[in-house]
Write a protein that binds this ligand. Structure first.
Ligand SMILES: Cc1cc2nc3c(=O)[nH]c(=O)nc-3n(C[C@H](O)[C@H](O)[C@H](O)COP(=O)(O)OP(=O)(O)OC[C@H]3O[C@@H](n4cnc5c(N)ncnc54)[C@H](O)[C@@H]3O)c2cc1C
Length: 376
């Protein structure tokens, strides 16, 4: 990839090569703008490569998330083949092991957001997903909408494709210290651009820290695992009862109150650590398993959290988890009162952070909105 030169002038400079930065780059390149992406690391290392790679539709909040997720899924489907990004599998299976969970799913099925979804009986679920533990199942929600990519491959592939096919310039390793078009100050000298979009992920200290503080943006830390292949193929991504009190599209239903009450009694520690189970299979059969949510966490991973996750895996799959191949932590920006922050520190600058842990699912739609707003 080429390097940006100070003497070259761009229509748009983007700070950050995570999914939000790349989404803005795609939307701008489609308007034939001359774009440079400036990333302080040698490759993207943030939330965008540490996540499940799950483009989640079903269960997302109706306001602000569900429509953006549907638009973003369409863009993922469009660009995946062109960019050499493999859609590893599709669909979501939510295993309900409590009557209260089944009641949440039944209520969800009555809403328009359940379009295309089905509620399966335990015996129907066993036929279609034989590796779920069915002895204590009440029902399984099947959604056909979700896509799964292997983010650690997909994000670099998107960057290479944007450079190759759309002429986007990538400038790896300079950190941007100031974004004030027509000049961005970087650790390798100035870059000239008529406009800038700052997509810093959860770096809340370097660019516009006072605006991020005023917007109440903080950081959430998650613990993740990759397990060896269990020797079987899941038909899609799997979740459990815990997800029904986490995702707004389920958790906002009146029926979720009784479920939460029961989970507080039976899985209080899981709730206290923000744990819900996602099992996402890769093309080599390995399983990405997570996650937990802690605000203001320190740098140390807590082994008990991994224990809770593996316990929930054992309950849902009904067999011991395969050996752990990798453990890691991820962080993303959060805010109490919004799912996305799109701020305008000056007329030619936008500051864009996904503040709800759904950037893989919504990034492409957000990129289109931001570029539309900036360039008309
Ligand atoms: C463990 C985990 C699991 C998740 N699972 C999912 C999921 O399955 N589905 C989903 O939709 N979402 C998921 N998310 C959320 C999603 O990953 C994030 O919302 C999304 O990746 C945020 O993208 P980003 O581009 O804003 O941030 P990042 O990916 O963090 O990228 C920001 C980039 O900006 C760079 N940068 C920052 N400041 C500067 C500077 N001053 N100069 C130069 N470069 C700079 C950083 O180096 C970084 O590369 C998950 C997140 C985590 C952590």
């Amino acid at each position: 990839m080429t390097s940006a030169r100070a003497s070259r002038e761009y229509d748009l400079a983007i700070v950050g090569a995570g999914i939000v930065g790349l989404s803005c780059a795609l939307a701008a390149a489609r308007r034939r703008l001359k774009v440079v992406v400036i990333e302080r690391d040698a490759r993207a290392c943030g939330a965008s490569v540490r996540n499940f790679g799950l483009i989640t539709i079903t269960g997302q909040d109706r306001e602000g998330v569900w429509p953006r997720a549907r638009r973003s899924r369409a863009v993922w489907q469009e660009v995946a083949a062109q960019a050499g990004v493999r859609i590893v599998n599709q669909g979501l299976w939510v295993a309900a092991r409590r009557a209260e969970s089944a009641a949440v799913l039944e209520a969800f099925l009555r809403s328009d957001m359940a379009e295309g979804c089905r509620l399966l009986t335990p015996s129907e679920a066993q036929q279609r997903c034989p590796n779920l533990q069915t002895s204590d199942l009440h029902a399984v929600l099947f959604s056909p909408h979700e896509l799964r990519v292997e983010s650690r491959d997909a994000i670099p592939a998107l960057a290479r494709w944007l450079a190759r096919e759309h002429g986007v310039t990538f400038c790896w390793e300079p950190a941007v210290h100031a974004a004030d078009p027509p000049t961005l100050e970087t650790s390798r000298g100035p870059v000239s651009a008529a406009a800038a979009v700052v997509c810093p992920g959860d770096d809340l200290a370097t660019l516009f820290p006072e605006r991020l503080a005023a917007a109440g943006v903080g950081r959430c830390t998650l613990q993740m695992l990759r397990l060896e292949s269990p020797g079987f193929a899941l038909p899609g991504t799997v979740m459990s009862d815990l997800s029904l009190v986490r995702y707004g599209g389920f958790a906002s239903l009146p029926e979720a109150v009784a479920l939460r009450r029961r989970l507080e009694t039976e899985q209080g520690e899981h709730l206290a650590h923000g744990i819900h189970l996602i099992i996402a299979q890769g093309s080599d059969g390995s399983l990405v398993v997570g996650d937990s949510h802690h605000h203001d966490a320190g740098p140390f991973a807590d082994e008990r959290i991994y224990g809770f996750l593996l316990d929930e895996y054992r309950t849902v799959i009904g067999s011991p988890p395969p050996p752990v191949r990798e453990r890691w932590m991820g962080t993303y920006a959060v805010a109490k009162d919004r799912v996305v922050l799109i701020d305008a520190p000056s007329p030619r600058v936008r500051l864009v952070l996904v503040t709800s842990g759904i950037g893989a699912s919504t990034g492409f739609a957000i990129g289109e909105e931001v570029i539309g707003d900036l360039f008309g």
